[in-house]
Design a protein around this ligand. Structure first.
Ligand SMILES: [Zn+2]
Length: 261
């Protein structure tokens, strides 16, 4: 029998909770660690629809990249999607676990998965955490062969199934060194420039932040969902090697709150 705590311990051995950012809320958000695991559903976001899906497929544990609860709940009366998700999960005995910025920070975490999608070699962490030598934010690596900026943009669009890319002025030079950061990566722009990367792939850039590229790097905003949906596979690959006693499934719900036309 596998208990929820067996899964959380395995995940935390890989992506320790102390690597999460101060604003984060990674870990077991809802659920009893002693409970037996009947099935696990892996999702990017644990929304109400994902809880519904878990119930329908007989999974009593959701492992998500994004925590459903960030800053605490003072009232739980169903007035917003966070409260409704929490209520639904508790009522139906569905546990929710989040593996978030701690999974971003480890060397074989989300940014490694993003680097895999691009085939990056000679990888290193873009900004190391204080006192660590292989834990930190973002990643930088080389394409096996330099390609033109336009070819690279098309490659990114395809590999990340992105409908739309937003990017800064092209610099008319080949792309070989690539910096990446899953999620909101604008805080790493300076480090990406310092690393001498030709491009920086991330998401959630705001209008004024695009100016900060200063024609030193091409910033490519691929969308938050598009950048991080690969974390599902990352978690699946890790857990499927460790456990065989329960069904492990990917969520089929598209939780992207953004549509493109
Ligand atoms: Zn994210």
């Amino acid at each position: 029998m596998t208990r929820i705590q067996d899964i959380t311990q395995a995940l935390e051995y890989w992506a320790p909770l102390n690597y999460q950012e101060s604003y984060d809320n990674a870990g077991l958000i809802i659920g009893n660690p002693e409970q037996e695991v009947k099935g696990v559903l892996i999702a990017l976001d644990s929304t109400e629809d994902v809880v519904e899906e878990a119930i329908n497929v007989g999974a009593n544990v959701i492992i998500a990249h994004h925590p459903i609860v960030f800053s605490g709940l003072k009232k739980i009366n169903g007035s917003n999607y966070v409260e409704r998700t929490v209520i639904k999960a508790i009522k139906n005995d569905v546990a929710i676990y989040a593996c978030h910025t701690n999974l971003d920070a480890i060397i074989d975490g989300v940014n490694a998965k993003i680097s895999d999608l691009l085939g990056l070699e000679n990888r290193s962490i873009l900004k190391l955490f204080h006192g660590e030598d292989e834990v930190g934010s973002g990643m930088v690596g080389d394409l096996p062969k330099a390609i033109s900026e336009m070819d690279f943009l098309h490659l990114v669009k395809k590999r990340f199934s992105a409908d739309t890319l937003r990017y800064t002025r092209l610099l008319n030079k080949p792309v070989q060194k690539v910096a990446v950061c899953g999620g909101s990566g604008s805080f790493l722009l300076e480090d990406a420039i310092k690393s001498e990367a030709d491009v920086f792939i991330t998401s959630d850039f705001k209008y004024h932040q695009f100016f900060d590229a200063e024609n030193k790097i091409v910033v490519i905003d691929i969308g938050h969902y598009e950048a991080e949906i690969c974390s599902q596979e990352l978690i699946y690959d890790y857990l499927s090697k460790k456990f065989t006693t329960f069904a492990l499934r990917f969520s089929k719900v598209n939780t992207n709150p953004i549509n493109y036309l």
